[in-house]
Ligand binder design. Sequence first.
Ligand SMILES: *Cc1c(COP(=O)(O)O)cnc(C)c1O
Length: 426
Amino acid sequence: MKQRINTICVQGGYTPKNGEPRQIPIVQSTTFKYDTSEDMGKLFDLEASGYFYTRLQNPTNDCVAAKIAQLEGGTAAMLTSSGQAANFFAIFNIAGCGDHVVASATIYGGTYNLFHVTMKRMGVDFTFVEPDCTDEELAAAFRPNTKAVFGETIANPALTVLDIERFAKAAHDHGVPLIVDNTFATPVNCRPFEWGADIVTHSTTKYMDGHGAAVGGCIVDSGKFDWMAHADKFPGLTTPDESYHGITYAEKFGLEGAFITKCTAQLMRDFGAIQSPQNAFLLNLGLESLHVRMPRHCENALAVAEHLKGCDKISFVTYPGLKGDKYYDLAKKYMPGGTCGVVSFGFKGGRSAAENFMKHLKLAAIETHVADARTCCLHPASATHRQMNDEELLAAGITPDLVRLSCGIEDAADLIADIDQALAQI
Ligand SMILES: *Cc1c(COP(=O)(O)O)cnc(C)c1O
């Protein structure tokens, strides 16, 4: 029976049998016991499925990953220790030294740094394009060695909206998958696979956990990208893996399983960025109310954005759910039910007014975090994005006076009162 998002949030991924625990058990064990060496050997050869060591797979994690796969409408998923690990694995699973990736310029600062500095040192080159570049500019970014296209549904903190259909078409025209970081929208508000994306990633640290309790990440495969049809581009999936007894992932695990199986068997094995089962359990508690929290985050953010729009000390308000916003139409198309709880805005008094305003907030706490049940705020130019020069800042959609306010699920009237008293003091 096909279930709707609200039901999957609560009950997806785990169906207890007669007499089993109602809640997903935390399997707090590093290892699993077998009767014979032959039994275990089959697991190592990927001939039988089963657990042997939590660095590769754990039953708690698998239940939660299955729920997220269901929410996104994908065929397979894996949890990672953080969103950073999820994005690194998603790219590195198909692009290595000598390869190239096209990425939206307006992405999370941590992801930009991962791509632009660390992965560059590993020999992977990135070309960054504006999310609203022309089709010609987008096509011109591809090279013969391009292996993927990457963007964020709603960019953190620039709040640009990715035209998923357009980016998916460009990716597919060049024989490569589109990877979308869906952290800010969550599958409650947007399911990128329905618009042609092939792989989705998440920082589950944000809305999915939603309580500021557990850092984590997730990778979901749509099962739609045909690796064999572009076999020469993706030898890691389409030729034998000597480190796994000559298995060819795309042959053995098909469209639906190849990407995640390779990512688990190679990258999780070698880099070890597994999510702890404890954190997976906490993540699942968050997922159980995600569909209830998201609408409130969005309602509060819209109320705050509309209020800020009328404040005379404010120079601009960016919120994709706000009428008149540059990305309003794209947001309505891809996220008709709401976008996210994050609003950004600037000050007529510039950078110092922004810093001064934040000092006077009482309910909204200064944190690098976003997407928490509690409202929090950040000045990216002096925190998450401080490694960028002004030119890079502007390219990422950030001005020196920009404040990012992540609206929680408190009462909107209290959030607005807090903003008003802080504005009155600057
Ligand atoms: C926070 C964030 C990340 C990084 O996730 P961590 O869990 O902090 O490692 C990646 N992408 C987006 C859009 C984010 O907001």
